[in-house]
Design a binder for this molecule. Structure first.
Ligand code: UDP
Length: 472
């Protein structure tokens, strides 16, 4: 069992100043100064279960870079687990979303295995944590480490990125599983107040919404020309194989080039650049309902609009802690095969290679920027980073009014929300509305961009963490 330490290069948050202005920048620096003083040389150690794929990895990469750039010893350790461990933790994760998941139990045997795997990780981990350090334990996978970490004298924060507004039997089962571990945590940080552990004292609970980084390969500006070249090169648009002239920005600051192709399932050619594109870019996870997006698009979006749909997700071997991805993807392919021939020509399934996460980010960036409509029809969502990524790119959005998405955009102001994510007719109607009315779509997109800039960039996020650390 070997822990992985993810190396993160320091970045100066001052580069945000051109976007957030001098006043916000000055406030950020003040909070950073106070945080440094409060930490008095102690480290901030993050523990998660994957270094690539999904929102947590996406966010830690850039936030930690700014933390390090502010002179704080921020670190990131990734635990190791076996397939049974990740099957159990995925069941807990699905439970927090209010879903049964794979239908398996969460009993004594599962608890024993979960604890055994974490015990093996703890040995190495505890050697790296000192009394007085702040340890942020992300999501259910490493939650069982909280007790051992607290006993070292570290201050432990459990940071939960998932949740559901209304409890049900599955949330209760998941909380029951986690509760004995989480009681050792000194504080809880959740994306939305309703996601707090039901027994948690309000004084220990902190609501911190996620953020995106406008300079990462996922979000940095890209010209229309390079967007088309990138998508043409990887096979998501018709192209002549010329890669974009401009490299993307790697996390270590070096320039990168797109070399890999996207693995696509399509019948006939990729869409032409002029065709309106509807996309959802998500992990292959049942909660993201890629299959529902396909069905809604197929049955309720007027073919006369000439739109194509791209469902893009990480290559299914790419996300270590997500054992269900392959099955969800296979199910989508199966359903795609059953579409009529004409529809199959307009629906494209794409697996983005994850071997180089910066390259993968650049591909998703291009796809989001090219989209006429970005959708996120999740059945449950902690906070959809994909939604804020699209907001930042001024894209018209159709998303479900579930969980954190309700805090990200207001219906009719920054995009369109569908009340019931299973209402495929309403979904199709919303997509059509945006495709038919480019002016309204552009208005929503511009509002979305402004809101993302005001509320969902790293300075706000890190200030909240800074205050939480100082309080501990
Ligand atoms: N993403 C990606 N490659 C893909 C599809 C999605 O890198 O093929 C990214 C996406 O851009 C976003 C993250 O994965 O940054 C998903 O985060 P989100 O909060 O939307 O959902 P989560 O996966 O955490 O449930």
């Amino acid at each position: 069992m070997r822990l992985q330490e993810v190396e993160v290069q320091a970045l100066d948050a001052a580069r945000l100043e051109s976007l957030i202005g001098a006043q916000r920048m000055a406030r950020f620096e003040e909070v950073a100064e106070a945080t440094r003083a409060a930490l008095a040389g102690h480290a901030v150690v993050n523990i998660s279960s994957t270094a690539t794929g999904g929102g947590v990895a996406e966010m830690l990469q850039t936030l930690l870079a700014y933390v390090r750039g502010a002179g704080v010893d921020g670190r990131w350790l990734v635990i190791k687990g076996d397939p049974d461990f990740f099957a159990i933790t995925k069941r807990v994760h699905n439970g927090l979303y209010g879903s049964e998941g794979d239908g398996g139990p969460l009993g004594a045997a599962e608890r024993r295995h979960y604890e055994q795997v974490l015990h093996r990780n703890a040995k190495e981990l505890l050697a790296l944590v000192r009394a007085g350090d702040i340890v942020i334990v992300h999501d259910p996978q490493p939650a069982g480490l909280a007790g051992a970490l607290a006993r070292t004298g570290a201050r432990v924060i459990w940071r939960c990125h998932v949740g559901r507004d209304e409890p049900n039997e599955w949330t209760e089962r998941a909380w029951e599983f986690l509760r004995p571990y989480l009681e050792h945590a000194h504080a809880y940080a959740v994306s939305r107040a309703a996601f707090a552990p039901p027994w948690a004292a309000p004084a220990r609970t902190h609501v911190i919404a996620p953020s995106i980084d406008p300079f990462s390969a996922k979000n940095e500006p890209m010209s229309h020309r390079n967007v088309r070249l990138a998508l043409g090169y990887v096979g998501l648009l018709q192209g002549d194989g010329t890669p974009p002239a401009v490299p993307f920005a790697r996390r270590d600051g070096s320039p990168g080039r797109i070399n890999r192709h996207v693995d696509t399932v399509q019948s006939g050619p990729a869409p032409v650049a002029e065709a309106p594109l509807v996309i959802q870019a998500s992990r292959w996870d049942a909660m993201k309902d890629m299959a529902g997006v396909m069905e809604g698009f197929a049955e309720h979006v007027d073919p006369a609009l000439g739109a194509h749909l791209v469902l893009a997700g990480p290559a299914v071997t790419g996300v270590a802690d997500d054992p269900e991805a392959a099955a969800v993807y296979e199910d989508c392919v199966e359903r795609w095969r059953r579409l009529t021939h004409a529809l199959r020509g307009r629906v494209h399934l794409a697996c983005v290679p994850m071997a180089d996460p910066d390259e993968a980010a650049a591909i998703v960036n291009a796809l989001q920027r090219h989209a006429s409509v970005v959708v996120q029809k999740s059945l449950a969502e902690g906070f959809g980073l994909t939604v804020t990524e699209a907001m930042w790119k001024s894209r018209p959005i159709v998303a479900s009014a579930v969980g954190g998405i309700c805090d990200q955009l207001d219906h009719g102001e920054h995009g369109l929300l569908i009340e019931d994510p299973r209402d495929l007719r309403a979904f199709g109607r919303a997509v059509e509305e945006l495709l038919r009315d480019p002016e309204e779509a552009a208005r929503l997109g511009e509002n979305a961009r402004a809101r993302a800039g005001a509320e969902f960039l790293g300075d706000r996020h890190l200030e909240q963490y800074g205050r939480l650390f100082a309080g501990l």
